[in-house]
Ligand binder design. Structure first.
Ligand code: GTP
Ligand code: MG
Length: 372
């Protein structure tokens, strides 16, 4: 590959020079900022240098072959060396993207994405990363190409790769006890009814309820009403001993859903109180319920307070009451939070679906359509 240097005032201008000279098949090897001109250190200005070339090994741009070095290969060892060098270069090219410099103006296209992602309350470290990479990709394309480029797919791929460490998907009877915990009024009891109804009506499982929420009569009545509708038993546990007995009573059931009182879990005291009644063991999965209408910083604090319990997965509720889902993506990207269900309404059992990475990004893209 013959490498050439192009210098201009800005990255877009330098890219234009590269494109004009090498065509759309140009391979960018490096970009850097250099100081130019000046007198005794004064009046210098910043220029952008791009090193680019055409890869002779790939013949998708035969028109430009004149600048490619066609020297015949002399012998086998030289041939091997050349092959090795080409492989090295290819690896280098693959691992490089054009880096947007901090002082470069961002194209309007990326600016629109930035304002949308900020409104979605995505953490700044995440949106910055997206905008930098999006801008680089945008600048590496011809205007005609970028117009038809599948940016939605780019977003799906970006988020999917960054959320790789998070686990997605609902409860599939991997334990007998499923315990729903979380702040007040987020929808724990309603979601228990939704999961219970699905297990009874769709999966034909033997299901029971236990509630440790004994602080309000209405709370007990609420769960008992759902139990009656589903024709399943419901036990109330006032003490740790009650809880033990209820567990024993339901030992032959397929699934026992445990409801608990909503508390201000920003305060660690309530987590300890919960631990006193419920015996957390191997046969129990703990799902933390968080409402998408809450603030991200509070969700982050509550999640980290509960982590030691441990929290196996998170359920996000009330998607229907907000158009902002950044908090959920922040937790998945910055904290690898595993996401099980998303609920989107008060109807039992319909308003709930299992989360998957692509679905989450599709939700974001739908909001983007409304934003444009
Ligand atoms: N819009 C909407 N409302 C929901 C959703 N899930 C639950 N709710 C409503 O939120 C309110 C509180 O729901 P609960 O299930 O009682 O919440 P909880 O977490 O058990 O509340 P406490 O036990 O008091 O802490 C009820 O009016 C539910 O109908 C949802 O996905 N969307
Ligand atoms: Mg409740």
């Amino acid at each position: 590959m013959k490498v050439k240097k192009y210098t201009a005032n800005s990255l877009p201008e330098a890219m234009k020079l590269v494109r004009a000279d090498l065509g759309s098949g140009a391979v960018i090897l490096n970009t850097r900022e250099v100081q130019a001109g000046g007198f005794l250190g004064f009046f210098t200005k910043k220029n952008i240098e791009i090193f680019a070339g055409l890869d002779q090994d790939i013949d998708y741009y035969p028109k430009k072959s004149s600048i490619v070095n066609h020297e015949p290969v002399q012998n086998k060892s030289e041939n091997e060396e050349l092959t090795y060098e080409i492989r090295q270069l290819k690896q280098m090219v693959h691992s490089m993207t054009i880096q947007k410099k901090d002082n470069e103006p961002i194209p309007e296209f990326a600016e629109k994405w930035r304002s949308f992602l900020e409104r979605q309350e995505l953490e700044q470290n995440i949106s910055e990363e997206i905008i930098n990479q999006l801008t680089s990709k945008y600048l590496s394309l011809d205007p005609d190409e970028s117009e038809v480029y599948d940016w939605n797919k780019w977003m799906i791929d970006w988020f999917s790769a960054r959320m790789k460490k998070s686990e997605f998907g609902g409860f599939h009877y991997e334990a007998k006890f499923l315990n729903l915990i979380g702040p007040t009024g987020v929808g724990k009891t309603t979601t228990i009814a939704k999961i219970g109804a699905k297990a009874v009506l769709k999966d034909r499982k033997r299901v029971a309820f236990i509630t440790t929420d004994t602080y309000r009569i209405a709370a007990i009545e609420q769960l008992k009403t759902y139990a009656e509708i589903l024709n399943i038993p419901c036990e109330v546990a006032y003490t740790a001993d009650d809880f033990k007995k209820a567990k024993e009573k339901f030992k032959d059931y397929d699934l026992v859903l445990v409801d608990s009182a909503g508390r201000n879990f920003l305060n660690r005291f309530y987590i300890e109180e919960l631990q006193r009644i419920v015996q957390f063991d191997k046969d129990m999965k703990n799902y933390l319920v968080l409402s998408l209408t809450s603030k991200y910083k509070d969700m982050e604090t509550i999640y980290s307070q509960f982590k030691s319990l441990p929290v196996h997965k998170v359920i996000f509720t009330k998607k229907d009451e907000t158009s902002t889902i950044g908090a959920m993506l922040n937790l998945a990207i910055n904290h690898s939070v595993p996401i099980s269900y998303i609920t989107n309404g008060q109807n039992v059992p319909d308003d709930m679906f299992e989360a998957d990475a692509e679905e989450l990004v599709q939700m974001l893209l739908k909001e983007k359509l409304k934003h444009d």
